[in-house]
Design a protein around this ligand. Structure first.
Ligand code: ZN
Length: 237
């Protein structure tokens, strides 16, 4: 067991030295994913604004058409008024003139509002396009720089973990498994202690446990923080 504990201590030391690298390697895809989501969101917004602009332009065409019809209607009504041969006809033609004038005023007001909306939408669309291009550029450059960084990290990691397999082969499966499980939840899953205190959580260990740690006959965990504890004398002997 003693030899196994020595190997485990070295293995854990190795893993701890690569911990920052592992964290960065895990973080990089997450950050890329965030950037991709950002680009996607901007692209969706852009598509939505383009759609809104197209709808406003469609409405403008429709309202312009109606305005034209009303103008023609006004001409016709005026002609009728001029050619009216009775008061009744003249009144009817006058009412038609008024109705067309009202409709023309309404259409013109509506077209003014649509024009304002189109101008505002065009401006915001230009902003949005700029944001989108920027975000796309950032994503592209990050994709490249992250790729380089990952290669660097992988190389460093390879060097730091050189010989890990040999050490792992000296430790039994159940111990490795227990260590791996602990490692996912806490930093420094294996603690080397010098006295009766767990150096990780600073709690005093029961005296009996300290004695057993010296014997190194079995795997022990801190009763408080659950880390695997190994006495310094075991590792240094
Ligand atoms: Zn502890």
């Amino acid at each position: 067991m003693r030899e196994e504990l020595v190997a485990l201590a070295k293995l854990a030391e190795m893993d701890d030295s690569a911990r920052d690298i592992d964290a960065e390697l895990k973080q990089i895809p997450q950050r890329l994913e965030e950037l991709r989501n950002n680009v996607q969101t901007l692209e969706n917004m852009l598509a939505q604004e383009r759609q809104q602009l197209a709808e406003a332009e469609q409405l403008k065409i429709q309202q312009s058409g109606e305005l034209k019809e009303r103008n023609e209607g006004l001409q016709r009504a005026r002609k009728k008024a001029a050619q009216a041969s009775s008061i009744r006809e003249a009144d009817a033609a006058e009412r038609e003139v008024d109705a067309n004038r009202r409709a023309i005023r309404e259409r013109e007001e509506e077209l003014g509002r649509i024009g304002d909306a189109i101008a505002a939408k065009t401006a915001s669309l230009a902003e949005r396009e700029k944001d989108f291009e920027e975000a796309k550029g950032v994503l592209q450059s990050r994709e490249e720089s992250f790729k380089t960084r990952v290669a660097e990290l992988e190389e460093q990691r390879g060097k730091l973990l050189d010989g890990r397999d040999v050490l792992a082969a000296k430790v039994s499966r159940p111990v490795i498994k227990r260590y791996e499980r602990l490692k996912t939840g806490i930093a420094n899953a294996v603690i080397i202690i010098s006295d009766g205190t767990c150096t990780a959580c600073r709690m005093a260990l029961p005296p009996q446990l300290t004695i057993e740690l010296h014997r190194a006959n079995e795997l022990h965990q801190c009763p408080h923080c659950r880390r695997i504890i190994i006495h310094r004398t075991v590792v240094e002997d």
